[in-house]
Design a protein around this ligand. Structure first.
Ligand SMILES: NC(=O)c1ccc[n+]([C@@H]2O[C@H](COP(=O)([O-])OP(=O)(O)OC[C@H]3O[C@@H](n4cnc5c(N)ncnc54)[C@H](O)[C@@H]3O)[C@@H](O)[C@H]2O)c1
Ligand SMILES: [Zn+2]
Length: 373
């Protein structure tokens, strides 16, 4: 029998990891502080009664120490996510919280077999591109001045030509152009370096945009699929940043959970940062339209000339590395959206929290508008 600690195990990904591990015969302990923004209704009903549930903050050293007792593999999913206005809290929860957990493991000489950390495609500055003249290039984040003119294109860093998007492999430069992205870089580097120093196998999984049942319907700062669903169910138009033609790679949460199990079981990924995605890019406008069709609520999405500086234009994950280790995404986007909609329809309070949040983001300068000409 293997014993897992799933941090953030009350959340979207962590709870599905916990369920899959239990089905595979693991014993599971969850550590989660039930972050109020995500869990407005308190402890979610989906936490299985046979999981040992520890309600605690990642920053609580003594509790972390106790929660790590007798554990073989840590699935470190807890994080402060999305486009929240805070800066210090990201660093505190994600960077410091991870650093502290690693310190505790080292100091107590805990005999862990592996640590898997949830990283993100947000570690990349911009998706890889193809320049007609220079082939594959890694463009930097688009400058604010360009975005303020309403020019959303991505340019070749060598010749300036407009380039097309191609899948991004792990060797692409990482930087983190948002506070969240920066702290995901911290988390994955801390875990990978630390593991190499201690001889403990580690894996950083760079998830693409993940969606599915249990994605918080309360948190207006994350998950475009969840936000568009709650908007449409409230008969409000989905809001597109830029022109809605930016593309992302979407993963159904059960696929992400399977990637975690694979990373725990194989040694082929040890020591690596690994993209986990579908390998396919979809525009945000297409997502809005698919949800609208599936719900039968036909309210066209609106692009209001708003954008988020630091946000990448295109990101499709190149999943060659994880495929070589035996991973294959299984759930198609249309099926996954259908399953999310079945779940969300069964929820009682599907309010629109986005309108108020959007105002706060504008006020704090996280969302900008195109400059008037
Ligand atoms: N959902 C995505 O699209 C996506 C994409 C890439 C990476 N990730 C990463 O995957 C992980 C899980 O994300 P998710 O989508 O399941 O988010 P989520 O918000 O549903 O789950 C995160 C969980 O962590 C808990 N948590 C937050 N702060 C904590 C703290 N200080 N102490 C203890 N627990 C805390 C929350 O209560 C929540 O249950 C995160 O590390 C996130 O950065 C998510
Ligand atoms: Zn070029």
């Amino acid at each position: 029998m293997k014993r897992a600690l799933v941090t953030g195990g009350a959340g979207l990904i962590g709870s599905h990891v916990a369920d899959l591990l239990r089905r595979e015969g693991w014993t599971v302990r969850i550590l989660d502080n039930l972050e109020p923004q995500t869990h407005r209704g308190g402890r979610p009903a989906w936490i299985a009664p046979d999981c040992d549930f520890v309600e605690a903050d990642l920053g609580d050293r003594a509790t972390i120490r106790a929660a790590l007792e007798g554990i073989d593999v840590v699935f470190h999913q807890a994080a402060y996510g999305g486009y929240m206005p805070e800066i210090a809290k990201y660093v505190q929860v994600n960077s410091l919280g991870t650093a502290q957990m690693l310190e505790v493991i080292r100091e107590a000489k805990l005999p862990l077999r592996k640590v898997i950390v949830a990283s993100s495609q947000a570690v990349y500055s911009e998706g890889a591109g193809h320049c007609p003249e220079h082939g594959r290039v890694y463009p930097p984040v688009r400058p604010l001045e360009q975005l303020r003119r309403g020019d959303w294109s991505v340019h070749c860093p060598i010749c300036g030509a407009v380039i097309s998007s191609v899948p991004t492999p792990e060797e692409a430069p990482i930087g983190g152009e948002t506070v969240y992205g920066l702290t995901k870089v911290d988390q994955e580097k801390l875990v990978l370096f630390w593991g190499k120093q201690l001889g403990i196998p580690t894996v950083a999984l760079r998830y693409s945009c993940t969606y599915g049942p249990r994605q918080s319907i309360f948190n207006p700062y994350t998950g475009v699929i969840a936000i568009f669903c709650t908007r449409l169910l409230n008969r409000l138009p989905p809001i597109l940043y830029e022109d809605g033609e930016q593309t992302r790679d979407f993963s159904f949460v059960e696929d992400i959970a399977r990637a975690n199990l694979l990373a725990a079981e194989t040694d082929a990924l040890d020591g690596f940062a690994v993209n986990i995605g579908s390998g396919r890019g979809v525009s945000i406008r297409e997502i809005a339209e698919q949800i609208s069709d599936a719900l039968g609520i036909r309210i066209p999405p609106e692009a209001r000339g708003e954008f988020r500086p630091g946000e990448m234009r295109h990101l499709t994950s190149d999943i060659t590395r994880v495929r070589a280790a035996g991973y294959e995404p299984k759930v198609e986007l249309a099926d996954g959206i259908g399953r999310y909609l079945d779940w969300i329809r069964a929820q009682k309070d599907v309010r629109d929290y986005f309108s108020e949040a959007a105002e706060i983001l504008r006020h704090k300068g996280i969302v900008h508008r195109v400059a008037p000409t």
